[in-house]
Design a protein around this ligand. Sequence first.
Ligand SMILES: [Zn+2]
Length: 253
Amino acid sequence: MHLEKLQAFVLSNSDYGESDRIVSLFTLEHGRLKGFARGARNSRKRFGPALEPFARINLQLAHKEGLSSLRSADVITLYPGIRGELCAIAHGLYACELIESLTPEGHPIPRLYRLLASYLERLDSSLKGGDHPVPHHSGLNADRRMFEINLLNILGYRPSLHDCSRCGSGFDARGALIQPGGELACRFCAATGRLMSLDSLQKLDSCLTTSRFGQVAFDLDSLQMAGILLDESLATHTSRKFRSLEFLQQTCG
Ligand SMILES: [Zn+2]
């Protein structure tokens, strides 16, 4: 059987039967796919820690539609900085769940692959005792929002940040109102909704023009408004609640 060599992030894994595991992968070459890891629970030798969530790995697999067969996997990095801090683990798991829930199977999205790589590197390095020996929660939150708006943009789900979604006129200094479903409307078109200031709209827009995390400096107010919009937008694209979101809210407060 033809074996392919791929690069991937492990999104999640689940036990199967007595000794096997099914692994959800986000590969550079084929996008999201499921791999069957025979004997992964019995023999740690074969796969080692390579099937842990958000591990970055090289792998060999027999590619089939539905369920591919995973033959070997080697760790590129496990992001040890992230694994040392519960709040960072929660952010990493959440990023993986967003990709697992929102991307189609078998469809390569290299831009999203690179975004996830940059995000995990950022999480990992910001926790290695460099800038903040104690994790800085608003910094982690700003990075999370940068990841989310870019993810929505790459998948074609980005809310319009410049113009009203109903009448098309540009937002003025009074900002916009957040509507159910994560749309933004002007004050002529909507009577109610949480305010999103022009500053917050512009900060979020800036997140799309830089590929580097940490470049956009949110103040707490604009970060909070951006968060309400993004939570609302993301929730409309899934039929069930993100499991890791509750864990994130509990651990990061
Ligand atoms: Zn309008």
